[in-house]
Design a protein around this ligand. Sequence first.
Ligand code: DGL
Length: 268
Amino acid sequence: MEPSIGIMDSGVGGLTVAKEIMRQLPNEPLIYFGDTARCPYGPRTAEEVRRFAWEVINFLQEFPLKMLVIACNTVTATMLEEVQQQLPIPVIGVIAPGVRAALQQTQTGRIGVIGTQGTIRSQAYERQLLQQNPTLHVVSLACPAFVPLVEQGRYRSAEAETVVREVLGPLVSEQLDTLILGCTHYPLLAPVIQRVMGEEVRLISSAAETAKDVYHYLKRYQLFHPSTGSGVTRQIFVSGDVRLFKQIAADWFGREFDVTSIHLPQVG
Ligand code: DGL
């Protein structure tokens, strides 16, 4: 089997990153794992996130991988360095690319960060933003109500609009010019978030910047897949319900995918 790019997330959110990788690198074989049975990771302890994520990574390592993309902010915030140290292949996360994109976009230096409790508690975004520019005004907010809206396919509902409006209320008066969607699930809510925050606020999803990082790694290590003209292998595995995941994937990509359900130990 040909070496693939492994992509992991706690659920459907990593598809936002997978879509950009497929757009920027259409010849690359991909293997995606969404741990939908145990999503969300955001409210869990770091120890639990670590245990679940390693189970997913160990599953992915049974395939020949040329690099691993941790397409989950919570896992990136909790254990990126640990995974980088232990795997013999390049491993990238989604936080540094999001920080880079926000720094490129902001003009006033007033940046908001929204994410899961785990990501916001880690302060990974603030630390990296302020390290690069200590004069920034950074406001962070955990939005635990957002992920269920996405995982359950309700991201276009009237309920989504109500929830987003209520949760983001404190940020609207902050005069932000840039808002980092610090959770890979949130781009599916982007139209609603944009309406609530106002058209003048730039929304940053790390997906496009992460895909650029993937490109640079493949280039640096000369790992590009030779374009053979035959179909590209893209495999998707989930630990939970296949039907809903397929529906969301079809909505997000505008095409159908085969999705395989794999049982991982249910411990939480
Ligand atoms: N995809 C996760 C992230 O980017 C959010 C979902 C979860 O809480 O597991 O943090």
